[in-house]
Ligand binder design. Structure first.
Ligand SMILES: [Zn+2]
Ligand SMILES: [Zn+2]
Ligand SMILES: [Zn+2]
Length: 328
């Protein structure tokens, strides 16, 4: 993530700033230019008042490039849902920023647009609960809004034995499934995929059942970036894709603050090995910082050689070094 300055006074702003705290100028984020601009003379996203979306929209009354990708928002009559929606859109804008900066296509060649819906579990009159499963289907990403509640997400994280669970992580994982369709399937890369990840057509239902019955194999860290990635080759890809986005944006932020050097993570000119070499000392230092503060590790993962190979595959396809990548 880049650093941003106030266009009026030059004070440092954040990616999601609405207003400069130093001079009071109202600002907006221009998704075409990926920069912060004065709001005066620009059109704000129509979600600015309700959920604090800082992005600029094309015309009055319209949604911005990120908000317009949300097909269904939670029921705002339910207490707490405006705040949940706000948190989900905050995370999603960071995701969309990365996708725009990478120039990745937001639609498959087959015409499936990437879009989102944020849904809540529904309780019927008889007390039965219809659960919303977070997942992806043909470009449509569904996220259960309960993930936006810190207490519920943390309880899920502990219950599932996961070291890391965030809204941004969910966004990055679920779009990973969409980019399987774009980069692997439509990209004609299934053979190379299969050699690294396994058979993408393996029975998914049986894989879920086995994963929740037996858990991950004890030596999973030698081949997978997370225990969840062991469930099915699709999940392995999505977890790897999410990690590649964590590292791409994390390294870019580090560069901007002088914490890393010599790589251009968004540019794609460096091989994945170079990014990993820059990432490891950064992650070690950040983990040590977090431990100094009594916080959980910043990056609670291990990158075994087999995992690095998978990351390199994602990196190469996403930067157009596969056989085919649709123009953005
Ligand atoms: Zn200012
Ligand atoms: Zn917006
Ligand atoms: Zn998944």
């Amino acid at each position: 993530m880049r650093r941003f300055d106030c266009p009026s006074c030059g004070a440092e702003l954040h990616f999601d700033s609405l207003c400069c705290l130093a001079c009071g100028a109202e600002v907006a984020f221009d998704p075409a230019d990926l920069s912060i601009v004065p709001l005066a003379g620009r059109v704000a996203c129509s979600n600015r008042q309700m959920i604090g979306c800082s992005w600029e929209a094309g015309q009055t009354g319209a949604l911005c490039r990120s908000c317009e990708m949300t097909q269904t928002i939670p029921d705002l009559r339910m207490p707490g849902n405006v705040e949940r929606w706000r948190r989900l859109e905050d995370a999603k804008r960071r995701l969309v920023y990365s996708l725009l900066r990478l120039g990745l296509p937001l639609e498959t060649a087959g015409g499936n647009r990437l879009r989102f819906r944020f849904l809540a579990d529904a309780e019927g009159p008889d007390g039965t609960v219809e659960r919303v499963m977070t997942g992806h289907d043909n470009g449509l990403v569904t996220i259960n809004v309960a993930e936006a509640d810190d207490d519920r997400r943390e309880a899920m994280r502990v219950e599932m034995g996961e070291p890391y669970r965030t809204l941004l992580g969910h966004c990055r994982h679920e779009v990973g499934h969409f980019f399987f369709d774009v980069l692997v399937d439509e990209g004609g890369e299934r053979a190379r995929f299969e050699a690294l990840f396994g058979d993408p057509d393996a029975d998914y239902g049986a894989a879920i059942e086995r994963h929740y019955r037996e858990g991950a194999p004890p030596d999973w860290q030698e081949r997978h970036v997370s225990a969840y990635a062991t469930m099915h080759p699709w999940e392995d890809w999505a977890e790897t894709f999410a990690h590649w986005l964590h590292m791409t944006d994390g390294l870019d932020t580090a560069l901007r603050y002088g914490l890393a050097q010599g790589v251009d993570p968004y540019g794609g000119g460096d091989p994945m090995d170079a990014l990993v070499s820059a990432w490891i000392p950064l992650a070690l230092a950040m983990n040590a910082m977090n431990r100094s503060m009594g916080q959980p590790d910043f990056y609670p993962f291990v990158l075994a050689p087999a995992v690095r190979e998978k990351l390199a595959f994602v990196h190469d396809l996403a930067h157009g070094r596969g056989r085919r990548r649709k123009a953005a």
